[in-house]
Design a protein around this ligand. Structure first.
Ligand code: PLP
Length: 450
């Protein structure tokens, strides 16, 4: 039995039983009983080239056979050289890539780089960080400090550092109805926050160019990111684009930033860059950001044993080669159009308030009242119930909670592999509908009689 306490594994959930996944192919995962699941979210926005691509494993084996590990303090290696060259070549404006293992590590390193940049430029008062709300940048303490994700923060308030928050450009919830002067959707809120803080104290603004799970794939209005760039430039604040979720082709261009014509100062990537075949993330930066370190202390103070790892980099290189060989980012963009057209059918389901996103990234927001947009009370655990029912129906999706007001709010996220077929998209809609019908029926069955 794969559940606590019957197994030595310290599971991510101690209250449920886990099916044992034994193989995967394309968009499909099979468990030990032979049950097949349609993976509509690449696990966690990760498996973008599909499961079971042999050549990625072959590339990792070849690198491990030559040399698996050298310390990044003593050597460089073929894997990291090849990966950095590939990332920099395809990311407009970025000159260098620092390779790590997770999105959280990349956020930590990006924020440290921003701070160290100012200290090395003799501007040590610039240490404050501004971030959005809702937002998520990772689960380590500095990344979590920048994340407005109350459920994850609840146990460690004393350990988290103070980050200034401004409202995210989340049009379904801010209620501005497209008004030009909406502070959160226009970018004005950032300027006000910098002025409140004093530009001489602000090191960086960190944001996802297209919302991930925190705002359910909310796409900001055209011009938002350009205005953010202009405000950051005017006040000498570094712009960090967190593309851990929305980057690596997920929204139909290599990065979401480039689709808005914006070059950030620092960018983070993760999740999709290795297609899930190895844990790989990256901090990319312009030379202008790194030069003060090169002229000063000589290193980013972020030593990690497994940074710049030869085998994980080889996996990412092979995954990116696969993306290029099969033109998968163009495919993501084109199939994304069909995907969003077909997902619109979900709007007719009771309990669905909005369906949005771009490319092969979508968020479905659940509400108790579609007119007032009132969320379900958190006590109903709607998103959790929905995801359980979806898994039972053979569909893997990702839940998010709390975005409506910090506590309430339920979302299901979809982010299938870029190779998903039209008939698989139809199956996503069909199984989503089944899970939704079951979840609404569960709610009625558990509602107290009136
Ligand atoms: N940044 C964003 C936008 C994310 O969505 C996530 C994870 O979901 C992270 C950072 C943290 O990445 P990881 O879970 O790999 O540490």
């Amino acid at each position: 039995m794969h559940r606590y306490p019957d197994s030595p594994v310290f599971y991510r959930n101690l209250a449920r039983e886990f099916p044992l996944a034994v193989r995967g192919e394309g968009c499909w995962i099979e468990d030990e009983t032979g049950k097949r699941y349609l993976d509509a979210v690449g696990g966690a926005f990760v498996a973008c080239i599909g499961h079971g691509v042999r050549e990625i494993g072959d590339a990792m084996a070849q690198q491990a056979g030559r040399i698996a590990y050298v310390s990044g303090a003593a050597f460089t290696n073929e894997g990291v050289e090849a990966l950095a060259a590939k990332l920099v070549a395809r990311t407009p404006g970025m000159d260098r890539a620092y390779i790590l293992g997770s999105g959280s590590e990349a956020t930590e390193a990006a924020l440290k780089l921003a701070r160290q940049h100012w200290v090395e430029r003799d501007q040590p008062t610039k240490h404050r960080v501004i971030a959005l709300k809702p937002a998520y940048h990772g689960n380590t303490m500095l990344a979590l400090s920048a994340s407005a994700r109350e459920t994850y923060r609840a146990f460690w308030p004393e350990w988290l550092t103070d980050v200034q928050r401004i409202a995210a450009p989340y049009s379904y919830r801010c209620g501005c109805d497209g008004a030009a002067d909406c502070p959160s959707c226009s970018g004005d809120a950032l300027e006000a926050a910098i002025l409140r803080e004093g530009a001489a104290r602000v090191a960086a603004f960190i944001a996802e160019p297209i919302g991930g799970s925190s705002t359910g794939a909310s796409v900001p209005r055209d011009g938002y990111l350009r205005r953010i760039r202009e405000i950051c430039d005017r006040h000498e604040v570094l712009l960090i684009a967190d593309e851990v979720l929305c980057g690596a082709g997920r929204t139909g261009t290599w990065t979401a930033s480039e689709s808005f014509g914006v070059v950030p100062d620092i960018m983070t990537l993760g999740k999709g860059i290795s297609g899930g075949y190895a844990p790989v993330s990256a901090v990319l930066a312009r030379d202008a950001i790194i030069e003060p370190l090169a002229r000063g202390t000589g290193a980013l103070v972020h030593a990690q044993t497994y940074s710049h790892h030869a085998v994980t980099c080889a996996a990412a290189v092979a995954a990116l080669d696969y993306v290029d060989k099969h033109d998968l980012i163009a495919r993501c963009r084109n199939v994304g159009v069909t995907f969003h057209e077909r997902l619109q059918a979900l709007r007719d389901l009771p309990g669905v308030g909005d369906v949005r996103g771009r490319g092969l990234l979508a968020g479905v927001e659940f509400v108790a009242d579609t007119v007032t947009r009132a969320p379900f009370p958190r006590s109903l655990k709607f998103a959790e119930r929905f995801v359980r029912n979806a898994q039972q129906a053979g569909l893997i999706v990702w839940p998010n909670v709390g975005h409506a007001d910090g506590t309430n709010g339920d979302l299901a996220m979809l982010a299938p592999a870029f190779i998903i077929s039209d008939s698989e998209i139809d199956l996503v809609v069909e199984r989503f509908t089944t899970a939704m019908t079951r979840t609404m029926a569960d709610l009625h069955a558990s509602a107290p009689a009136t």
